[in-house]
Design a protein around this ligand. Sequence first.
Ligand code: MN
Length: 500
Amino acid sequence: MINLEQYEIWFVTGSQHLYGPDTLKLVAENSQIIAGFLNSNRLPVRVVFKPVVTTSEEILNVCMAANNTPNCIGLVCWMHTFSPAKMWIAGLNALNKPFIHLHTQFSREIPWSEIDMNFMNLNQSAHGDREFGFIGSRMRLNRKVIVGYWQDADVLAKLNIWTRAAAAWADLQGAKVARFGDNMRDVAVTEGDKVAGQIQFGYAVHGFGVGDLVKVVNEVTDNSIDQLVTEYMDTYAITADIRQTKSFSTLREAARIEIGLRWFLDAGGFKAFTTTFEDLHGLSQLPGLACQRLMNDGLGFGAEGDWKTAALVRSMKVMSEGLSGGTSFMEDYTYHMPANGMAKVLGAHMLEVCPSIAAGKPSLQIHPLSIGGKADPARLVFTTQTGPALNATVIDMGNRFRMIVNTVEVVDTDAKLPKLPVAQAFWVPQPNLQVSAEAWILAGGAHHTGFSQALTVEHLQDFADIASIEMMVIDQHTIISEFKKELRLNHLYYSLAKGF
Ligand code: MN
């Protein structure tokens, strides 16, 4: 259900008329070569060449056209020659799509024996791009700057990452999050200002009484339940006797809930949703398996009414589309703090962890839930693929949204967990639990996160920059004293930034 191929980025080259038509013709030819190269180099979206812009009117026109082209998710701007930047002001003021500044040069090397003023007049990005950079900074515009030769792997990798962040941003604009019930109990971090969220991120949270969902769930036919249960049997590891046990009827109920929930979200065009186990009136069990499978299909999810995490998980799903490694809703659940050895985190949730992060085939099981007072819910149980991953959270600080990202290393558990009836991931946070958790707590990071094995800090950083939100990174370089300084400076900056 996530399709990045629908999107495109526009390659826009700036120049001016000073150099005459022959130079401008070369500028256009070279730009087309670069745009064509980028387009054929495994970017997740198309790169569309746009005619070279040389006047304020042309720049405004291309920016307005980008605004009005739904599948255009951003611009790549490059100044092959000098392009006096006053002519960019009107266009950049109007542009409401993200852009990157590609600081590159058409010719890789200086042709020592050949170089003359014609070459110098054509290959001016070393100073032309600085003029463009000035106006971006002067206008306080968030943008990514990528420096390097346009064929180099590191340049392409950075562009690929930004493209994914821009796609996630495009996906979020006008997106709808369905919220069944309200916030769970008196939890603080899952609350927040939904109006501020809509202004900042572009998505809307739609609240529903759980009865709206129950009505649909109750209309599900036995025939469609039969089909889905067969799919479960074919897809997951299941004990052979499950059809004979009394649990089988609860598995059918889980299928009924999944079909109803899927229909509800499809019909309403929702990209993310939340549930709360406190408000399940009319549902026989907490949706567990359904949430897991819907996440696996690309929907964002947040438990306990956590709309911010639901939207974040959706954006992380979009950014990671087609990459290896899964992305899931997650919670820091329990610690392992041995006297001799590294402290680690057991991540899990009551039920709702996405099987995209599973190592091997998930096992479909039915167990009692010790809270909530409902029937035993079905769930997928699995361990998580080992290797690098990250946790990300978005919190509402009252006057702004803050993203916090912590890199982690998923490792094998020290021993099997035969009695743990939920999916889990076991990790060492970077630089270690002591510094990671201290920094996370000082920053106010939630217990809920978006967990991803496919994304890097740079994906989230690019996304936060496009969204114009605060970003705090906790990784192998984190030093608490510096982190606290950054938090204090950010308080100051974000209190004043709107007036800067
Ligand atoms: Mn939770």
